[in-house]
Ligand binder design. Structure first.
Ligand code: ADP
Length: 471
């Protein structure tokens, strides 16, 4: 059988550069695809952001070419390293190297960087004579590559190439880059299938061009076909319903492993789950909470963003004031939400701690030491925190949306509530607190959680099947 060659384009990939969940995916999925066997080959290309230090990753110069981009001659430098058996390429050139941030609040700066990156990536791969069977783009930053491929159908190199776009967050579409697109010679699409505002915006343009549209969970693939979640493209997704596929993300089970985690005071496994209590004790001491093993410890590790429902949690806490519990919130982001969390800590000094920072090590200690992890998200394309929490035997309490709904099962591996309101969340928390008192039942739930398989292999196989259906 002919090898499927997948060109994976992303704006970030762990461990080279990671800002959010996309970094986890681009850092894991390409290797997981390669691990499936010889029928598939993958190349990953990301921009050589300023924050990537080549020496740290053995990144060396590969080639340089000059091409016509954005109405002028541009020099593109290609660098390369290997991540196990994966070839990773990094592109540089003025529109990339002159930017300070991976994602800027000034959309034009991002537009210039990523549209240059997309076009340069196509040019590079053709010059390198590595003809892909599939090009997979991720989010708006790499969407224009798919549009550009559809514009190159007279070129035999691109004619048979199939394209897939994976949507990690539909809300960011790259709007505001119209002038940059124009400068790179990319005009508005001529179609009546999407709303007028999307015709010169990278993500809708990439979605239009893509042969398959992937969302990072099956439930989210259905949700984006509704007005509540579709960000204005719901009718187009309905029209393309047969091409919209949900594939849930995995987690790197080696990186998130309570048996080996160096950051936690006490490692533990499913057969010695009782050792987990040392980690709870550690958190109680660290944050000067009463050192009582019987009081349930709830936690949240999150970006402080409207999406994550922290405001709903704060309201819900007022409804459970007669309950015995302790709570640690670790997060940073929106200053208003941060401030509200601090105020709550002042109001409930015996129970609540709000730690306003990004701290990877502490997050691991929290996953290891908490009894329950909260995720009352407004929307959640996939969500990683709930999978990590289950792996560490902490039972998730989540809103039944997107990937949360697909990965957590009521009263088996967690607790779900339907609507984003404080009453429903409080009821779910109270149910969890009651269950916690039934020691055998609780232990069974913890064991169920730790027994779940969130390896990338499962997801990689689904991507592989999708690619096979296309070529
Ligand atoms: P999203 O990508 O929307 O932020 P996910 O649940 O998919 O949400 O992934 C969030 C990841 O970021 C998880 O690994 C979580 O542990 C981590 N994280 C979020 N906030 C913090 C923080 N303040 N400190 C450390 N890790 C955090």
């Amino acid at each position: 059988m002919k090898k499927i060659k997948v060109l994976f384009l992303a704006s970030e990939a762990d461990p080279f550069i990671k800002i959010g969940g996309l970094g986890d995916v681009a850092g894991s999925l390409p290797n997981a695809l390669l691990d499936l066997g010889d029928e598939i080959d993958v190349r990953l290309i990301i921009p050589l952001h300023k924050q990537i230090i080549p020496e740290t990753f053995g990144i060396t110069h590969y080639s340089t070419f000059v091409t016509d981009l954005g109405g002028k001659k541009q020099s593109v430098d290609v660098f390369k390293t290997n991540k196990k058996n994966l070839e990773v390429f990094f592109l540089s050139g003025e529109p990339i190297s002159d930017k300070e941030k991976v994602y800027d609040s000034n959309i034009e700066l991002d537009g210039e960087k990523y549209i240059f990156f997309d076009l340069a990536a196509l040019e590079f791969i053709k010059r390198d004579e590595w003809q892909p069977s599939i090009v997979m783009a991720n989010d708006w930053h790499t969407a224009i590559a798919l549009h550009a491929i559809k514009q190159r159908q007279s070129d035999p190199f691109w004619r048979s190439v199939k394209t897939v776009i994976t949507i990690h967050n539909l809300c960011y579409m790259g709007a505001g880059t119209e002038a940059i697109l124009e400068r790179f010679g990319i005009s508005k699409v001529n179609t009546d299938k999407i709303p007028w505002w999307g015709k010169h915006v990278p993500l809708p343009m990439g979605i239009l061009a893509a042969d398959k549209i992937v969302t990072v969970s099956p439930t989210y693939s259905k949700e984006i076909q509704t007005a509540e979640y579709g960000c204005g493209l719901e009718e187009y997704f309905q029209y393309r319903a047969e091409d919209v596929v949900g594939i849930v993300n995995g987690i790197d089970q080696d990186i998130w492993d309570p048996e080996k985690d160096q950051a936690i005071p006490q490692t533990f496994s499913i057969s010695e789950i009782d050792n987990k209590k040392v980690n709870k004790q550690y958190l109680q001491e660290l944050f000067h909470l009463a050192p009582k093993p019987s009081v349930p410890l709830l936690a949240m590790v999150t970006r402080m963003d409207q999406q994550k429902g922290v405001d709903t949690l704060l309201e819900a806490i007022e409804l459970i004031s007669s309950e015995k519990y302790q709570m640690i919130i670790l997060g940073t982001g929106n200053p208003e939400i941060e401030e509200k969390c601090k105020l709550l800590e002042e109001k409930y000094p015996e129970q609540v701690r709000a730690i306003i920072k990004y701290d990877g090590k502490l997050s691991r200690q929290i996953y290891a030491g908490a009894d329950m992890i909260l995720m009352p998200s407004r929307y959640e394309p996939c969500g990683i925190a709930q999978m990590i929490s289950m792996r560490y035997g902490s039972v998730p309490i989540v809103r039944a949306t997107g990937g949360l709904k697909d990965t957590v099962t009521e009263e088996r591996t967690g607790f779900l509530f339907e609507h984003i309101n404080a009453g429903e969340l409080a009821a779910s928390i109270i149910k969890a607190l009651r269950t916690y008192k039934k020691k055998d039942l609780w232990k069974r739930m913890q064991t169920n959680c730790m027994d779940e398989n969130f390896s990338w292999q499962n997801s990689a196989e689904k991507y592989k099947n999708l690619f096979e259906s296309l070529v």
